[in-house]
Write a protein that binds this ligand. Sequence first.
Ligand SMILES: Nc1ncnc2c1ncn2[C@@H]1O[C@H](COP(=O)(O)OP(=O)(O)OP(=O)(O)O)[C@@H](O)[C@H]1O
Length: 306
Amino acid sequence: MTPLIEFRGVGMRYAPPLRRPVTALDDVWLDVHAGEVLGIAGPNGAGKSTLISILLGYLRPSSGVVAIDGQEPRTYIQRNGIGYLSELIDVDPRWTVREALTRFATLGGVLDAQIPLRSHQLMEKLGLGDLADRKFKHLSKGNKQRLGLAQAMLREERVLILDEPTHGLDPLWLMRFRGIVAELRRPGRAILIASHNLEELERLCDRVAILDRGRVSRVVEVTRVLPQTAESLWRITVARGAEQLAHVFPEAEDLGRGDWAVYAATLDALNAGLAALIARGVLIAGVAPAQSALELEFHDAVTEVA
Ligand SMILES: Nc1ncnc2c1ncn2[C@@H]1O[C@H](COP(=O)(O)OP(=O)(O)OP(=O)(O)O)[C@@H](O)[C@H]1O
């Protein structure tokens, strides 16, 4: 199956006047298929924004080829449009939420007759209904982010790019956002999410590309299967009987607030240890990997810069 988005040996070198050139992307190969949600992670300066700018047609790569549905990004976007949530949405501070959405819809080519209903639906979905007449300058950061999401969803584009989409969202909207992304999934659509929040990416994406200093260091298939490494670190939360821990897990480390870090080589060993603790009267309130599988991959993939 041909990917909907293709990066083929893409390089990007900035050459700012009077400053040393910077290689922001170096030989990037990446495919995103229709129906897929792909995460982009990487430390500061890894090249995430540059990659997105190239995909949006704002920048032309210095080398290699980027194609959306087999076309050069600008050509594809002129013909089909693209859903895009920028890291920080910025509009005329005097516009109300309704005005902003209407203008975005007009610019995006939504038919005039469909704009009121479409705007209304999205304002309701994103909890902006009561804020429809509030000016942009009076919106909180989270409200602005939800307005940004609404504008990115105005049209049923096949490509959706979300740059730090959960920035500023409160815990309630963070949870709702997962449902929104699930709803946005379509067999014919590719969704790209750039974020520093690995936990979010792990929940939302099928695969996560980890960028490090301009290169795709690795692409991680995200599964909800717990890591089965030779030696795994687990966080267990103990409601009662913590003094028993050292008998079963001699290297248990107190993380505070009832949380303990314990090593167990396998899931079987972990379960045997938990059973032994329960037999000793320990009341366990929670068990989770101390680091998620994606966090472990991220730390392995990203080399520390001295
Ligand atoms: N316009 C520019 N001119 C010169 N160098 C630039 C320019 N834009 C980005 N860079 C450099 O390119 C590299 C990649 O930057 P980019 O903004 O793409 O990274 P990022 O992964 O999005 O970082 P962050 O997580 O901090 O937003 C960095 O070294 C950055 O300093």
